[in-house]
Ligand binder design. Structure first.
Ligand code: ATP
Ligand code: MG
Length: 672
């Protein structure tokens, strides 16, 4: 065993002025300043786990660890950014070099330089869910499987099956038997589609989101040299929200950290809410067994919420049996308001109540950005969105169709993607289908011609060669003049030598060259969309390389990531979000809406009666309550209008009904 010796670049001037003792409690301090090794911080909501990680990074930098030797894995890119900004404010060290972000973004960063190792090429595209679905459709169509004669899963379901398979490191048979039992008869055909899909991705040089993790793992597993390089680089690995990691992510961590590497993970088993996507709470519970020398740090104080909110949270989670018991103690003094339970006549009244309280709070001096409306499902936000819009209350929404997933953004991105990855069939098809007179059949033929045109190489091709290939494609007669236009536009996206021009110029060329006309013919609200594209061009200013920009774009529309360009966080706006997306965040006032049984917990969970699923819903409820610092409003509409069956009366969520009455106050709302 070689002796380990650490080099420090000790420069007292570059140390921070943090008083670690004063700014942290004993347990946090112990974790922050702990010796290298493996550590687990397991503690309840709002106890400062994320704060502990932030200070740990600062501590490491203060002790001479170089930023590039630190890897910080967080739930969203935004979370990573915020933590690094905080550290930057604390320590006079350039933190840009530090590796921080989601598992997907880190995977992408690693794979960009090693794509050839895993059967892809350098400029690979990243497909979002919609791209993935359309590639899957192509694969199914080409497989020769007669999907009409028996019950065969749709492409979205196949994507889901393959995703679970990848994320849980399970076998196809297990996944189908466990969760998709009704497809067991067509297992062989599903396996065949899977094989073809894997091939197709390589052929079109396109990865799906899961590949960003799975291929990173494969790369590191199969290439000891590469693995060693990264293990040497990442001397300190830190992971937030560890309770929601799945097997694949865990494996990725193992590969990056190595046997004896330094790993600190933080999490809360009571907030594990992603098992439907393959997360496994056992990863955190069994961490100490897996890593024998783990130091376990527990924090039992909550700094976020007033005691009134905290007591309610403790009571809510106490109804779960499969939880490590931890009754959090409040650090803050009593004196807040009791959480409110507010039944309202109907969804419209619920929205009106939320809007009115928001305005009152604002008048009391609370910023909009300190308020959030949380819901179980995206459609619960519709009336609220309308009401806030009517009253001119600014809000930002982090659920539902995101900015980057809208058709016009994706259309423009398709041009860019094809330029940097000429193998990208999905983008090629998307572009040619925009041309009037080009249907599926002729699009398919054009793709075949494109493949034959010698364009499927990885080297830059001079603009003239590209132009010749583009103009050489035989489009249907009535599409000729529009195609010319498209071809000229595509040409403009490269320099004479064939290098892609900067992303902003690309977006402008596409918009001015062809897309504005297309939008006018296709969309009613094209002006709004035009503004979106201007905003996209502004966002692109942050990137010199189209590849970098496209990578970010794909990740921003991804499942595990936040969805806004960096600057949006500064806007003073109310947040509207699903609870799943609200993890780790906190606000002065939280409105938990639609707390009716059947909405939350979800009726599907109630009907299936699966105990584990109900407990997960209850953890989701716990996450909801613990987002509130000072004020919590739990609302639900008594009547839910449903078109045909007339009025449906609703009961409060069983999670509310089981709470002790003295822990909240019932509000009776009257219209005047
Ligand atoms: P969650 O489980 O929701 O992710 P968490 O455990 O990560 O929560 P943080 O977000 O780190 O908790 O902290 C919650 C709040 O408490 C933050 O506003 C944080 O600044 C504050 N806080 C944490 N520890 C301390 C402390 N020792 N002194 C003062 N404030 C603290
Ligand atoms: Mg946190």
């Amino acid at each position: 065993m070689p002796r380990e010796y650490t080099l420090h670049t000790s420069n007292p001037e570059r140390r921070s002025a943090i008083d670690y003792r004063a700014e942290l409690n004993d347990q946090q301090y112990e974790a922050v300043t702990s010796a290298p090794g493996q550590a687990l911080v397991i503690a309840g909501a709002g106890s400062g786990k994320t704060r502990t990680l932030t200070y740990r990074v600062a501590w490491l930098l203060d002790n001479g660890i170089l930023p590039e030797n630190i890897l910080l894995l967080t739930f969203t890119n935004k979370a990573a950014r915020e933590m690094l900004e905080r550290v930057q404010g604390l320590v006079p060290v350039e933190t840009q070099q530090l590796w921080g972000g989601t598992f997907h973004s880190i995977g992408n960063r690693i794979l960009r330089h090693h794509a050839e190792f895993v059967g892809f090429r350098k400029g690979y595209s990243i497909m979002d869910r919609e791209d993935q679905k359309s590639l899957m459709d192509t694969v199914i169509a080409s497989s020769g499987i007669d999907t009409s004669s028996f019950h065969f899963p749709k492409s979205t379901v196949l994507c889901e099956i393959f995703s679970l398979l990848t994320n849980t490191l399970g076998g196809l048979h297990e996944v189908i038997a466990d969760r998709f039992e009704h497809f067991i008869r067509v297992e062989d055909q599903i396996e065949e589609v899977w094989r073809l899909y894997e091939l197709k991705k390589r052929e079109t040089n396109s990865m799906d989101f899961d590949d960003l993790l799975a291929l990173t793992v494969a790369l590191l597993e199969e290439n000891p040299d590469v693995r060693e390089r990264f293990q040497r680089q990442f001397q300190f690995v830190l992971v937030d929200e560890f309770q929601d990691t799945n097997s694949l992510q865990c494996k990725m961590i193992d590969m990056l950290v190595g046997e004896d590497g330094n790993l600190m993970v933080v999490g809360d088993d009571a907030q594990s809410i992603y098992s439907w996507r393959g997360a496994d709470v056992q990863n955190i519970l069994q961490f100490p067994e897996k890593h024998h020398r783990t130091h376990v740090h527990k924090i039992e104080v909550n700094y976020r919420s007033v005691p009134e909110v905290l007591h309610l949270a403790n009571a809510a989670i106490a109804n779960n049996s499969g939880q490590i018991r931890k009754a959090l103690q409040p650090a803050r003094p009593v004196g807040g308001m009791l959480p409110a339970l507010v039944p309202l006549d109907n969804p419209g009244a619920q929205a009106a109540f939320v809007a009115q309280r928001i305005l009152e709070l604002r008048d009391e001096g609370v910023d909009f950005r300190e308020m959030a409306v949380l819901y179980r499902a995206h459609f619960h936000s519709l009336e609220i969105q309308m009401e806030l819009t009517q009253r001119g209350i600014p809000y930002q929404i982090t659920s539902g169709l995101r900015f980057f997933e809208q058709a016009h953004v994706k259309d423009v991105a398709a041009f860019m993607k094809l330029i940097v990855n000429r193998h990208d069939e999905v983008s090629f098809m998307r572009i040619v289908r925009m041309i009037p007179g080009v249907g599926n059949a002729s699009a398919g033929r054009l793709w075949t011609d494109w493949r034959k045109s010698g364009m499927l190489t990885d080297e830059d091709v001079p603009r003239a060669t590209l132009a010749a290939a583009l103009h050489g494609l035989k489009v249907p007669k009535k599409a000729t003049s529009v195609w010319e236009q498209f071809a000229y536009t595509l040409e403009e996206l490269v320099t004479e030598e064939g290098k892609p021009v900067p992303p902003r110029s690309m977006i402008q060329s596409v918009t001015e060259g062809v897309y504005l006309d297309y939008m006018k013919s296709k969309f009613e609200n094209y002006e709004q969309r035009e503004q979106d594209l201007e905003q996209l061009a502004d966002f692109a200013d942050n990137f010199r390389e189209p590849l970098e920009f496209l990578g970010q774009l794909a990740l921003l529309s991804g499942v595990d990531t936040d969805n806004k360009p960096a600057d949006d966080g500064d806007k003073d706006a109310v947040t509207l979000t699903t609870i799943h997306q609200a993890k780790g965040l906190e606000w002065h006032a939280v409105f938990a809406v639609w707390l009716a049984d059947g909405m939350f917990p979800h009726s599907r969970v109630i009907e299936e009666g699966a105990f584990g699923a109900l407990e997960e819903e209850r953890r989701l409820f716990y996450v909801t309550i613990t987002r509130a610092k000072d004020e919590l409003y739990m609302t639900y509409p008594l009547i839910w209008h449903q078109a045909r069956d007339g009025n449906i009366m609703q009961k409060p969520s069983r999670f509310v009904a089981e709470l002790p009455k003295e822990l909240f106050e019932l509000w009776k709302i009257k219209a005047w």
